[in-house]
Write a new protein. Sequence first.
Length: 469
Amino acid sequence: MIDIKNLTIEKAGEMLQNGEVTSVDLVSVCLSNIEEKNKDLNIFLEVFSDALEQAKKADEIIKTGKGGPLTGIPIAIKDNILISGRKVSAASKMLEDYTASYDAFVIKKLKEAGAVLIGRTNMDEFAMGSSTQTSAFGVTKNPIDPSRVPGGSSGGSAAALSAGMALSAIGTETCGSVREPAAFCGLVGLKPTYGAVSRSGIIAMGSSLDQIAPFGKNVRDAEIVFEIISGKDEMDSTSVNSIPENFSSSKKTIGIPYHLFEEGVDKEVMQNFKESVEKLKNNGYKIVDINLPYCKYSLAVYYIIMPAEVSTNLSRLDGVRYGLQKDGGNVSEVYKNSRSAGFGPETKRRIMLGTYVLSHGYYDAYYNKAWKVRHAIEMELKNVFKEVDFILTPTVPIPAFKLGEKLDDPVAMYLCDIFSAPANIGGVPAIALPSGVNSLKLPLSIQFMAPPFHEKDLFEIGKKFEEIK
Ligand code: GLN
């Protein structure tokens, strides 16, 4: 029996190449895990009926010796990434019956690489949330402790990998939506530099913040997927041609902004973080205290800019052009009835907030000011990276919380992203790494940030941390 929960892509790739297993074997194990547990955990919104067909094709390619590192690997896709001819709902009633008319750039890349797309995973509605509880199709449970959330908004993709229902998984980030579920499910999560991976073909949330991002059981697995999905795409003018060759194993200085940890960091998270810092110190890394006064406002800036972009991006879902349509006596009523019925409460909250900060009379006070602070945060990060190679923080201030918790307190939910926000606001890459467990055996995690396009440095330090942790 294949131990799929502990099998990495790298190992599976070797086994496929030397004929020890076939893609059909790997996909069959994932499908039987889905069959056994998906009803309870609610991870997949749809399992693709042609997954085994795709696996057979991949096996043919492998036989000819033309396979690559992802050929035949079953991969779970977050339900806000377009796959031509398949449904894509962003876990919203608004798009429940919507079918994608083209492939997202990353999907094209994954198909070219011969990966097996196994299904689409549950998420917070339109990626708004930190727990996968705002999905219109029910909550996803954390496979490690089903009384808890898997994190969000890419909770379904993280849970699929953690539960052995796929060997790889893709999510999206606007502010921590891959790093946070990676932390709650004991996985690696990479948030690439803004522009490193094309956003063409994702259902936009906050366009100046959104990123497609891979999960991995280890750093190498996240790196393999990143290498395949990154690169310039004509359909996204913010994507870049290539990742510069910036790798150097001499990068050793780590800055820690302890002043950002003032509020609400769980005791065991803090203890684990300090132990991780000691291990890095004992292995030759230089640790320095840094001050990031503007980064303190990252989350506040995020909750102005993101809703503004949400209100604009979601205006196309009007019941006429796309999505659910509810009748009305005139066109305004059609808009109102369709949007009232199609959107859930969190989505409505953000549309209202975004419309407010963009409205005449408030634009300067909120939106414009937030952009100025965003620029100050970008400059602050740029400057600090002249002194240090990495910034280190816990990934999330708390471990996975109970289902139902924080649902009636949006601000408490928003605070989960306190350490995620600077990387999205500043456009820099960051990686979440498992760093141990707490007394309840729940996974804990630390995150490194690096200068733009220094993903290779993150992989290098991540692999080092895997060795010493
Ligand atoms: N928790 C964040 C939010 O609710 C994350 C969103 C995201 O990264 N997609 O906005």
